[in-house]
Design a binder for this molecule. Structure first.
Ligand SMILES: O=C(O)[C@H]1O[C@H](OP(=O)(O)OP(=O)(O)OC[C@H]2O[C@@H](n3ccc(=O)[nH]c3=O)[C@H](O)[C@@H]2O)[C@H](O)[C@@H](O)[C@H]1O
Length: 487
């Protein structure tokens, strides 16, 4: 008869089968034109396409391993309610891997002290999902909503950040387990690398950018012989694919901090154990087998030396996670120089218009090749902490007319700049809204009063070309006398 443990915790984790095509070993032979040869080539092309699609299945968020359901007003309400903070001193945290071992404990601890928590988990079957479902129920009972979805789903992540301006992300979703990588290497790339990058891209684009704390692993120390392991030790000799993906995660997060100023803290967990733990881990499976009178397999190292781990109890890990969230710096954005072509590409993305670029040698007119501010003195003397990165700042810039209109006119969504002969300048976002508005106010989108920034700039260029005398530069919206008059 099967026990409850058997039902809940299978002894053989991992059921995802992957199919691989070894393209490198494929032999090519000279073929002659004949119907049969063409048939063979057609088959080959189909196989090639199938291989490509199969590869995409673990890097392309659209080809998920499961069908997630999310969205809708009720769903948004649940997300918002779950993210509510007790008071302004608390944080709103997106916890990925919330139905996992560490994720569920951290979520409960955050909620208990008054933080807002929204969970995200893909409920994969690396080990029996019924344990994850049981953890989810526990979280639900404590007011935590767990969204069912994958960190590779960029649309879902972006939606979550649209609904809630998370101040922090606790990233614990991962393909865990050291030895399982021999069976299913693709799952490690899918979650620990592709999923991580998708999450970082979302955090980078979010306004405001959240601070991120994530789980790396003691396994990055790999074959390191210097003990005890410490942060400054070399970590370039991973002993498993799992370790290699966690080490890659450390390098990837470094670049997102360096380029985009995202605040990121990586924690190297050492073999975490405790209640609600993972059935694939040794302490768990040993316990089950001992209780059932079954034998256990204890591995040994070279010369029959005992293996050893610095086991860490879950409550200590939870304290470490909360402490890291509490002390994490704010994402600072523009602490690194951004190249001018990058500036242009950000503008292109926000304006949804491709720039016509002419690259020419820098003229000798006093321009300098680069600037990069060391703000440490300003930080210590003045408490200066720039918090707007270029992505965010430019996004605000291109939306500027829309914001001013909201403030001044409330009902109108378009800014009228009468300095420019009554021309209305609208950002693309404002244009969309203006078009929506037109439907109800019976105005047509062909009205000369509506122009996008791009159209306005083109007109300005033509205007300047045609009449030097009347050339005027755009001075922005009128200032109220109280704010100092026109610039
Ligand atoms: O700190 C980490 O970075 C990792 O910790 C954990 O990995 P490990 O430390 O390898 O834990 P675990 O499997 O419990 O094996 C413990 C010991 O039992 C030995 N072991 C294992 C199985 C067995 O049947 N027999 C056995 O002797 C085994 O050889 C080992 O010596 C997480 O799973 C991993 O996701 C990651 O977070």
């Amino acid at each position: 008869m099967r026990s409850i443990e058997d039902d809940l915790f299978p002894s053989t984790p991992g059921k995802v089968k992957i199919e691989r095509t070894n393209m490198l070993n494929r032999q090519f032979y000279r073929c002659f034109a004949s119907t049969s040869t063409m048939f063979v080539w057609a088959l080959f092309l189909i196989a090639l396409t199938a291989s490509y699609l199969s590869f995409q299945s673990f890097v392309d968020p659209r080809n998920r391993h499961f069908a997630a359901s999310w969205g809708g007003l009720n769903w948004e309400k649940q997300v918002r309610t779950s993210a509510q903070i007790r008071d302004s001193r608390h944080m709103s945290v997106l916890v990925t891997g919330a139905a996992g071992f560490v994720g569920s404990h951290v979520s409960l601890a955050l909620k208990k002290r008054g933080d807002g928590v929204v969970g995200l988990d893909n409920f994969n079957d690396y080990y029996d999902p019924s344990l994850k479902r049981a953890r989810k129920s526990l979280l639900n009972e404590n007011g935590i909503f767990v969204v069912e979805g994958d960190i590779n789903d960029a649309r879902l992540l972006s939606k979550l950040f649209d609904v809630v301006a998370f101040s922090h992300v606790m990233h614990l979703a991962a393909q865990a387990g050291v030895r399982y990588a021999m069976k299913n290497p693709a799952s490690y790339i899918h979650s620990n690398i592709a999923g991580l990058v998708t999450l970082l891209e979302t955090c980078k684009a979010a306004v405001p950018q959240p601070s991120l704390v994530w789980a790396s692993s003691s396994s990055v120390y790999g074959l390191n012989e210097k003990v005890p392991f410490s942060e400054s030790d070399q970590t370039d000799q991973p002993a498993s694919l799992y370790a290699a993906t966690k080490k890659s995660g450390e390098e990837i997060t470094h670049t997102y901090n360096h380029i985009y100023g995202l605040s990121i803290t990586g924690l190297r967990f050492f073999t975490v154990y405790g209640p609600w733990g993972r059935p694939d881990m040794a302490y768990f499976s040993f316990t089950r087998n001992i209780l059932q009178g079954k034998p256990i397999t204890v591995y040994r190292g070279k010369n029959r030396a005992d293996l050893a781990r610095d086991f860490t109890y879950i409550d200590d890990i939870v304290k470490g996670c909360l402490g890291s969230l509490d002390t994490s710096g704010k994402s600072t954005g523009n602490t690194s120089p951004v190249t001018v072509p990058t500036l242009v590409s950000i503008l292109e993305r926000h304006l949804k218009v491709k720039a016509k670029k002419n690259f020419v040698d820098m003229p000798g007119n006093g321009d300098v090749p680069f600037t990069h501010a060391n703000i440490s003195l300003a930080r210590s003397e003045l408490g200066y902490k720039p918090s707007t990165d270029l992505q965010t700042g430019l996004k605000k810039f291109v939306k500027w007319p829309l914001r001013v209109v909201r403030h001044k006119h409330r009902l109108s969504l378009v800014l009228d700049i009468s300095d420019h002969g009554g021309t209305t300048v609208a950002s693309p976002a404002a244009m969309d809204l203006a078009m929506t508005q037109n439907r109800s106010t019976h105005m047509t989108t062909t009205s000369p009063r509506f122009k996008t920034l791009k159209q306005f700039q083109h007109d300005q260029i033509d205007h300047n070309k045609n009449s030097e005398a009347s050339s005027r530069s755009w001075r922005g919206p009128r200032q109220s006398p109280a704010s100092g008059g026109r610039p």
